[in-house]
Design a protein around this ligand. Sequence first.
Ligand SMILES: [Mn+2]
Length: 354
Amino acid sequence: MHKLERLRKEMLALDVDALLISKPENRFYISGFRGSAGTVLITATQAYLLTDFRYIEQATNEAPAFEIVRTGQPEKDALKDLVTAQDIKRLGFERDYVTYAGYEGLKKRLEETQLVPVEDVVRKLRMVKDETEIEHMQAAANIAEAAFQEILPLIQVGRSEAEIALELEIAMRRRGAERLAFPIIAASGPRSSLPHGAPTDRVLQPGDFLTLDFGAVSGGYCSDMTRTVVLGEPSAKQKEIYDIVLKAQLEAQAAIKPGLKGGDIDKIARDIIADAGYGEYFGHGLGHGVGLQVHEGPRAGRASEDILEPGMVVTIEPGIYIPDFGGVRIEDMVLVTDSGHKNFNHSSKELLIL
Ligand SMILES: [Mn+2]
């Protein structure tokens, strides 16, 4: 089903005459418009994209199914004119995105209209990807993986986390990433116990773990993966915790199929880590959806009731983080299919000794 049709079906249930969409990822998802400013207005029969002079030509090219309406002209209020002309009485807006000031502004401009805060319905639609979206995500994953393989020889004693993160960023950009999906996480030695450790000038030492968490963007879509490597022979404890995380990752991933709840998958990994005695060191959820944003629905944490459906993409990223010692996380991004799942990643998950 076309994205707009799916959205209109959701709008019926919300009992609104029109829906205002301004969150950039939602605006792009529905319209195809990639500019940084603009608002989409959807009614039961019409689709408008309101944007200013800077984006009129781009919007016309990128959103051919939309009527482009110019905003930012002092003598008129384009949104108000449309709302009046279309006789919109109940106007939905994104409650998770519109700020209080934004809401106040709308209220002032649209005195006659009832403003209805609605849950992020586009987020719901975005959870299930179509073929084109999956292709973009595979391209983004391929870029990140190839870049990781390319920079492996640079991960050496004496290099800093920041240098390695920079090399990885350059390699992804050179291979066609539009941008990074998120700032690279590079945490080494005792710092690898920081699940989201930003790279520092810390220089790699013999025996260090190094955790790299990174992703590329292609066609607007993100990838996300994590690998932990070790510099030189691992200690017995390093090997132990790596093997536990790996087992948790592999078993949770192997279980993925439609019908499972996010929380069910989390439990598979969490039980393995807890049974090995490290439950208190795995303090975050197992994974999350990925798409136009690196973190989106469905959720795959402990309390997640989100039910997996074909076309959903989730990460599987258990970890063990021990303060003053270090940590391990291993992450792949997986597509839920009719029969089970398909992995976007191909890099080995065995402990890489560099
Ligand atoms: Mn992730």
